[in-house]
Design a protein around this ligand. Structure first.
Ligand SMILES: Nc1ncnc2c1ncn2[C@@H]1O[C@H](COP(=O)(O)OP(=O)(O)OP(=O)(O)O)[C@@H](O)[C@H]1O
Ligand SMILES: O=P(O)(O)OC[C@H]1O[C@H](OP(=O)(O)OP(=O)(O)O)[C@H](O)[C@@H]1O
Length: 221
């Protein structure tokens, strides 16, 4: 019997956009997936032998990197933050668009960072933050948070934050302004490299179906 194919999807905001894409690629989770009362985490799909697991966004990359899931859908922010060598990201899914930016209080935003040798930053992305500042010869001391980074400056945790920005509404509501954009982000299809080689007969056509599903979505837009 062939091993099941596991697709990891994030339970957060990308999911709403990812489900129609999965459907266009021919994969639909069972009814229990949509049952808000269900505590299940793994779901059968309309494709025999293919299951979907619903996990936290950062954990999608971890499941796929370790081969516990063969395929996943995750933001490029997460891919770059982990930089797992075992992850191959062949398709830009053109969903989950946002950017990773530095932000700080309106009052201090005009100060020149170039003159600094050290900054303290609250972020969920310590690796990308350090990389961004290192490129400018600045050492970044990161305070790791898992959400609500925007609270850090007003409460004295750090003057700067590095966080995701889309409409800019969260920054504005918390008295912060974007001072530089580190990277543009969109969700990607990711594949475990070993599985891609070992199970090419199943995975290569599936990746192609996702590629076509993105094309169909773009044409309809
Ligand atoms: N404001 C946004 N606009 C568009 N895409 C976003 C936005 N915020 C996050 N994303 C994308 O969605 C992914 C998941 O974000 P989400 O906010 O749902 O995760 P989270 O709540 O931080 O996750 P978790 O609770 O699992 O840690 C991010 O990694 C990013 O790629
Ligand atoms: O620019 P905006 O459109 O306001 O979006 C940005 C917000 O979206 C994300 O948070 P999310 O709402 O997912 O909550 P989280 O803090 O729990 O991750 C991100 O961390 C920002 O806080």
């Amino acid at each position: 019997m062939t091993a099941p194919l596991i697709i990891a999807v994030p339970k957060g905001r990308i999911l709403d956009e990812a489900l129609p894409l999965l459907a266009r690629a021919g994969i639909e989770p069972d009814a229990e997936f949509h049952d808000k009362k269900s505590r299940a985490l793994r779901f059968a799909t309309n494709q025999p032998g293919t299951s979907i697991i619903r996990v936290r966004a950062f954990d999608v990359a971890t499941f796929v990197a370790h081969g516990a899931a063969q395929i996943g859908i995750v933001g490029s922010d997460v891919i770059e933050e982990f930089d797992y060598s075992q992850i191959y990201a062949p398709v830009d899914l053109n969903i989950g668009h946002c950017r990773l930016s530095v932000a700080e209080p309106v009052e201090t935003a005009s100060e020149d960072e170039a003159a600094m040798s050290h900054v303290r930053v609250a972020t969920k992305y310590p690796h990308l933050t350090r990389r961004h500042y290192e490129a400018q010869g600045i050492q970044a001391e990161c305070v790791k948070l898992n959400g609500a980074m925007e609270l850090a400056p007003s409460l004295g945790l750090s003057r700067r934050i590095v966080d995701l920005v889309s409409s800019g509404a969260t920054l504005k509501a918390n008295g912060l302004v974007e001072t530089s954009v580190i990277m543009q982000i969109s969700a990607r299809l990711i594949v475990n490299r070993a599985a891609f080689k070992m199970r090419a007969a199943e995975i290569v056509p599936l990746v192609e179906r996702f590629r076509n599903a993105v094309g169909a979505g773009n044409a309809a837009a």
